[in-house]
Design a protein around this ligand. Sequence first.
Ligand SMILES: *Cc1c(COP(=O)(O)O)cnc(C)c1O
Length: 354
Amino acid sequence: MKKHNFSAGPCVLPKEVFIKASEAIIDFNGTGLSLIEMSHRSKDFIAVMDKARALALELLGLEGKGYQALFLQGGASLEFLMVAYNLLEKKAGYLNTGTWSSKALKEARLFGEVVEVGSSKDENFNYIPMGYTIPEGLDYLHLTSNNTIFGTQIKKFPKVDIPLVCDMSSDIFSRQLDFSQFDLIYAGAQKNMGPAGTTLVVVKEDILGKVSRQIPSMLDYKVHISKESMFNTPPVFAVYTSMLTLEWLKNLGGISAIAEINEKKARLLYSEIDLNPLFDGFAKKEDRSIMNATFNLTDAKLKDTFDAMWKEAGINGLNGHRSVGGYRASMYNALSLESVGALVDVMSELERKG
Ligand SMILES: *Cc1c(COP(=O)(O)O)cnc(C)c1O
């Protein structure tokens, strides 16, 4: 039986995407070849790459606005340094909202001065800092829109007149934003789009080419743009599967349609966390993520019982990250409202048994 998969990433994808992706492994588009044995320079695969890039811009509402979409390798973790390599001349600002921001900040320090404009480390990253000041003279400001591990999410983005860079690995395509306020967005595929192995980078072309250092070709956004995201052999399966997910999302009605469903899922789970005396939310209420909900049992003695119950209900991937403990329910786009319902049923059943 298919599990209710609350895993933080790699994560659940739409069933039709799993089916189409598996068919393409055997015979892609009736070509008599597997997707993973054919040339990436074939017209069939070029069409996939072009479509994936176009769909990403279309869904974000960034077509014709000077942006390019790239499907690169190395994960979001490589973007931590690529961003700095390409954009950091003297000084950059980073808002430190968790493990991933901290890692991004650490890599950027290899390239120039980094100002931590704000941090929520004092409370183990259970909130989004507010009221921080952004110093003059920054090359860019880097934010992490959704903190996968701690379950917080930025709801209101600062207005700045410098390039705004955002790691959206765990909430891209999940909620409606004015994406044109960002100059560079990156996201590892495996949280809301596809299998691990590719990273979406959406970059406004006019912010590039401003640093004085030499950039190795593979790390140079301009090189990847000029080669239409095919500078070297792309991860064809990860790109194709991501394309299928983006197609699925478009057919569903795009980001506004999925955002409504995501809101419903989050409301259902958070209201159970708030009403059920056996559970406590980890993140500050106003900063709660609609993608990753973090929570604890109020009585640790119930752990074994609760764990056995959710496993029995066919639920997977609910254990919290080791730096937070407790539980984390990741409710990415492809997780159904029914799956959240199954979890809420188990939580209220635990209260009844209490
Ligand atoms: C998972 C995650 C990363 C790391 O992604 P990799 O593709 O494994 O390098 C970075 N940032 C955020 C917000 C994440 O959720």
